[in-house]
Design a protein around this ligand. Structure first.
Ligand code: CA
Length: 302
């Protein structure tokens, strides 16, 4: 790729990422409301157009390279793109392409486009960038948008205990995500370096039934509860160990609780929830809302 072409490619992708992040935010914000559909359509159409420009003004979306998707996912996105462009008024709608795609179709398109954008790096970057760098870029944009709308109900409620068994008084704070590497230090100034514990609670919002990848890592113990049921139980001393679990959830709000303790030495914990695929993509941060009820009771997310 020549220099100017490479630059246009990078600019096109950056614009596609911004439009895509805005569409994902609109869909997540509206929480099932039908108003999200007309708002998200032009943003998704914009993301598709910028993606096409990044590939040298491809006129026909079916000619896009669409990296990062399984063949079946690629077919789904190829079927959705003309419908979205038609609904946004970009092309003349005919036959089945007429009418507004429904919310599920738009969420599917947003997730698939997210995977494509995470996998689409300019050639110069692709060689040295890891998948995590691409994901961090995508998350950075979503994070900025989130800050712009000033949401303070997004993330996890963290309760930090001075004991390793989640007992006694706790320090409560909001954490945007559960991803910490404390090494040999304390997690908070008022906590010990060893023998502390933390519980995080959130309400995960899903617009449709999905099978997610739950990626859990910890030094030392970790437990995951899903809607009050113990789902992962690794409550023992260990060096940093991580594992992925398949988690199928219906559409709606789901209470996730992560419990963690550090016994001695190094301390760190990660709990990520991703859309699985060739290149798993983290769920947008705005899908995680602070509990609206008692996080220890059965109505945490109702
Ligand atoms: Ca430890």
């Amino acid at each position: 790729m020549a220099g100017a072409e490479k630059k246009a490619h990078g600019v096109g992708l950056a614009r596609a990422r911004r439009a895509h992040a805005a569409a994902a935010l609109v869909l997540a914000e509206a929480d099932g409301a039908a108003t999200a559909v007309p708002e998200a359509v032009p943003l998704l159409a914009m993301a598709i157009r910028h993606l096409a420009r990044a590939e040298g003004s491809v006129e026909d979306p079916s000619q896009l390279s669409l990296p990062g998707l399984e063949p079946e996912e690629r077919d789904r996105l190829l079927a959705l793109m003309p419908r979205i462009l038609a609904a946004a008024g970009d092309v003349t709608a005919t036959g089945e392409e007429k009418g507004l795609p429904d919310r599920d179709a738009l969420e599917d398109a947003a997730a698939l486009l997210g995977a494509v954008l995470a996998a689409s790096q300019p050639a110069s970057l692709r060689d040295r960038a890891t998948r995590m760098v691409a994901i961090a870029l995508a998350l950075g944009v979503a994070g900025l948008l989130l800050a712009a709308v000033g949401r303070d109900d997004v993330g996890w409620q963290g309760r930090y205990y001075q004991q390793p068994d989640l007992s006694g008084s706790s320090i409560v704070r909001r954490d945007p995500r559960v991803e910490f590497q404390w090494n040999n230090g304390p997690p908070l100034p008022d906590l010990p370096e060893d023998d502390f514990s933390v519980r995080w609670d959130t309400c995960l919002q899903l617009g449709r039934q999905q099978t997610l990848e739950a990626f859990l890592g910890s030094n030392d113990g970790i437990r995951l509860y899903v809607d009050g049921e113990l789902f992962v139980d690794s409550w023992f001393d260990r060096s940093f160990t991580s594992q992925s679990y398949a988690l199928t959830l219906d559409a709606g709000s789901h209470h996730l609780a992560v419990e963690y303790y550090d016994r001695a030495g190094e301390a760190g914990v990660v709990a990520r929830f991703l859309e699985p695929g060739l290149r798993p993509v983290p769920l947008p941060p705005e899908r995680f809302r602070l509990p609206t009820g008692d996080p220890d009771g059965p109505e945490a997310c109702n």
